[in-house]
Design a protein around this ligand. Structure first.
Ligand SMILES: C[S@@+](CC[C@H](N)C(=O)[O-])C[C@H]1O[C@@H](n2cnc3c(N)ncnc32)[C@H](O)[C@@H]1O
Length: 379
């Protein structure tokens, strides 16, 4: 194993729980092969931890610290991490034979550079760099064993979030499966691209949204497979209109609505164009859900979000709700963007939320809390 000396600041970062070291913070670091295991030492030669080189993301991923008592990164260490991660999800009541939930969330579970969603009887493991792929397979084996699953797919996630991802499979993983969350059934495609049909980070939003939905006309923009709209439909919304540029995901959304005996409308096209047309036709919606990707079809959140907020507010009557989400810390506070987009229209914040408890993050890495949800009541 190669030994790398850290600066006092980097060693303090690790001692304080930091697990994703920027290689720019390690002056004189030799070129490391992706996946190389590295012994980290402090200025006085004391042990700081063991990391994996992830040059794709310019990071050293610290997987073990001296307190763990491991001298190498192996199946036993991964097993311990998975066992602890599972214990926390069990305490939250998430596991179940057909359930969908996040089992491993990066540094917060002592597994920086990795994530894992359980989708019924299969796991979807994400490895965020090529150098993490081999360990990702070992992690998948630990997950399958501890969570008693049939198999796992390991997806090599790249920075751009492209949907075309290299993947490895262990055991049995079906192309399509029905999973459950809070008793609601969703179809997932574990072997599809990066996204498999259900975003586990929105779990608590799917629980909370129904409070706002009974009797309301709901517009679910960037609907994907319809999960947020479905939560509203089940709560007795007067109508739910799902809008997405992808015909394929809209058909998937309809399948989810049908499966749960709910009716919806499905509109293929650009969200902003839909809003322009709706405003022109004087359509009104009491609850508008806006959950855009950080980059989409003709869309870049940083540049376009305020305009989108303005267009959405134009179809919301007095007292109606605007539900906003952002997945990118770079975007800054959502309330600030909303203020820009609302252009002086009076509003109050009725809810502000973020990641659910099964998405732990380390205090030393505040940037890891990427999700922001803001619910505004427009006056
Ligand atoms: C982050 S996902 C939305 C997740 C969804 N709200 C959920 O909870 O499952 C983004 C979706 O936006 C769609 N999309 C991208 N650009 C779009 C655009 N300009 N107008 C409408 N939908 C778009 C994508 O096809 C994708 O399904």
């Amino acid at each position: 194993m190669i030994t790398v000396s850290l600066s006092a600041a980097a060693a303090t970062f690790v001692a304080g729980g930091g697990r994703d070291i920027d290689t720019a913070r390690v002056p004189g670091l030799p070129a490391l092969e992706a996946g190389a295991h590295v012994q980290l030492v402090g200025a006085a030669g004391e042990e700081v931890g063991i990391a994996v080189a992830d040059p794709d993301n310019a990071k050293l991923r610290v997987l073990a610290v001296p307190a763990d008592g491991f001298t190498k990164l192996d199946a036993a260490l991964l097993g311990l991490r998975v066992e602890r991660a599972l214990a926390w999800r069990k305490r939250l009541g998430l596991p179940g034979a057909e359930n969908a939930y996040r089992l491993v969330h990066g540094a917060g579970d002592g597994l920086p550079g990795f994530a894992c969603d359980v989708m019924g009887r299969a796991a979807v493991v994400y490895a965020y760099g090529e150098g993490l792929r081999a360990l990702g397979k070992q992690l998948a084996e630990a997950v399958v064993g501890f969570a008693q699953l049939e198999g796992a797919v390991i997806k090599r996630r790249s920075k751009g979030g492209s949907d075309d991802v290299p993947q490895d499979v262990i055991g049995r993983v079906d192309e399509k499966a029905i999973v459950r969350e809070h008793g609601v059934a969703y179809e997932v495609h574990p072997l599809a691209g990066l996204n498999v049909g259900l975003f586990t980070d929105m779990r608590e939003q799917r629980l909370g949204l129904p409070r706002f939905a009974p009797g309301q006309r709901v517009l679910n923009l960037f609907s994907y497979t319809g999960a947020l709209g479905l939560a509203c439909a089940r709560a007795g919304a007067a109508s739910v209109t799902n809008v997405d540029t992808s015909q394929g995901v809209l058909a998937w959304a309809k399948g989810n609505f049908d499966r749960n005996q709910q009716a919806g409308r499905y509109e293929a096209g650009d969200a902003r164009r839909y809003l322009q047309r709706a405003a022109r036709d004087k359509e009104r919606y009491d609850l508008v859900i806006v959950d855009p990707p950080s980059a989409g079809v003709g869309w870049a959140t940083g540049r376009d979000y305020p305009e989108l907020i303005a267009a959405a507010s134009a179809v919301i009557p007095e007292g109606g709700l605007l539900w906003l989400a952002s997945n990118t810390v770079e975007l800054g506070p959502l309330a600030k963007l909303a203020g820009k987009g609302l252009r002086g229209r009076a509003s109050v914040i009725v809810e502000q939320a973020g990641l659910p408890p099964e998405y732990p993050t380390v205090v030393a890495q505040p940037q890891d809390r990427y999700l922001q949800v803001l619910v505004l009541r427009l006056l």
